[in-house]
Design a protein around this ligand. Structure first.
Ligand SMILES: O=C(O)C(=O)C[C@]1(C(=O)O)C=C[C@@H](O)C=C1
Length: 367
């Protein structure tokens, strides 16, 4: 036994006492904050029937401030995550919000929903992107979370196509680093794997790794990563590629971690709802435009953005549902529609487009 042990024990006790004092101070302050949020709810209620409790622009400001004034040693992301959960609990006191996401449980979309709304939101997994749109439109839930693009595999067409027929707005975005793992169940024989299940996008994201380590194993595309994990549970000769949440949910063992081909593999998700979001100070706008099929149409469409010094972050083209060889452009750019230069550019684009819809202005993803 070290002769310093009694001294170390004393120091440990002292530090733990300090932590206990700090914890009771934190608890008191969190309760004070929660009471404040309850009063905010009263003010909102007195302003009218359809009071909006969830305020994306305010949440983005609170999280950004938590990062800006972070004195360390926690990272900015960790600090913001803690405030994310405090705010989620405060909002649940005001009114528990319901969020639908592309399920089943254990998918990356569920992870995105938790990252954006925190753990106090009531979440509901649905089987298809269309169902998430319908459920929000019907008012059965307040918001929906759907994937829109992956840095390796590109755009999620289903999500863009739904905006052609829906009046829902984009209220937010969330980006998630995607780590894929190879996982097996406790009955799997490692040497006898003949089949690997995953979602087609995940199989594509790990193509090179699979070519190197499992070149002769059958790759089976299923509806989601979570479904892949569920199947492996009962098969002795199969493995799945999925994320942490699926492994945890189905009690699978991770055999190889982070097997995605690109280390910066990430997916962007959209928050859909029926609310127009005021400026937060750092916003993006998404636009859907149809153009007549004429020479120079794309140039006419993009020129106003250059002219008004607006940064484009994405341009996607989809075939229009109305007719052959006409196209719909999905354009994302930096700035809120209420900003002067954005409003001016939108006016000019509207003048040369055959149809234009602003899908939403929303805070740029913070976490
Ligand atoms: O500021 C508000 O409007 C609040 O309702 C408070 C609060 C918060 O806890 O800070 C809670 C929920 C909203 O989405 C935004 C912020």
């Amino acid at each position: 036994m070290s002769e310093n042990k009694p001294k170390q024990d004393e120091r440990l006790l002292e530090l733990r006492n300090r932590i206990d004092t700090i914890d009771s101070e934190i608890a008191r302050l969190i309760s004070e904050r929660a009471n404040c949020a309850l009063e905010v709810a009263e003010v909102k209620k007195s302003n009218g029937e359809d009071a909006l409790y969830y305020r994306p622009e305010r949440e983005a400001q609170v999280l950004r401030r938590a990062m800006e004034r972070n004195p360390g040693p926690l990272t900015n992301e960790e600090m913001a995550r803690l405030f994310r959960e405090i705010m989620s609990a405060c909002l649940a006191l005001e009114e528990p919000i319901k969020v639908a996401y592309l399920g089943p449980e254990g998918t990356f979309t569920q992870q995105a929903a938790l990252k954006h709304f925190g753990h106090s939101a009531v979440s509901k997994p649905l089987a298809a992107i269309d169902e998430v749109f319908r459920e929000v439109e019907a008012g059965a839930v307040n918001y929906g979370v759907v994937p829109v693009e992956n840095s390796t595999e590109g755009v999620v067409n289903h999500t863009l196509d739904n905006f052609m027929t829906s009046n829902l707005k984009i209220c937010g975005e969330v980006e998630l680093r995607i780590h894929q793992h190879l996982m097996i169940s406790d009955i799997t024989r490692k040497e006898s794997i003949t089949r690997i299940y995953s979602h087609a996008q995940s199989l594509a994201q790990c193509r090179k790794w699979l070519d190197s380590y499992y070149p002769n194993v059958e790759r089976v595309a299923v509806a989601s990563n979570a479904e892949a994990a569920r199947r492996v549970k009962g098969e002795w000769n199969a493995a799945a590629i999925a994320g942490d949440m699926a492994a945890e949910l189905y009690g699978l063992k991770i055999l190889n971690e982070k097997i995605e081909d690109r280390p910066d593999n990430s997916t962007r998700f959209l928050i859909i709802g029926s609310q127009a979001v005021p400026p937060s100070g750092d916003d993006k706008t998404s636009l859907m435009v149809s153009m007549r099929n004429a020479p120079g149409a794309l140039h006419d469409l993009l020129a106003p953005f250059q002219h008004h010094k607006i940064d484009l972050t994405r341009v996607e083209t989809r075939p229009a549902q109305s007719g052959n060889w006409t196209y719909v452009f999905f354009i994302d750019f930096v700035g809120h529609r209420e900003r002067e230069n954005v409003a001016a550019a939108l006016k000019e684009v509207g003048a040369c487009a055959s149809d234009m819809k602003v899908l939403g202005s929303y805070p740029r993803g913070v976490l």
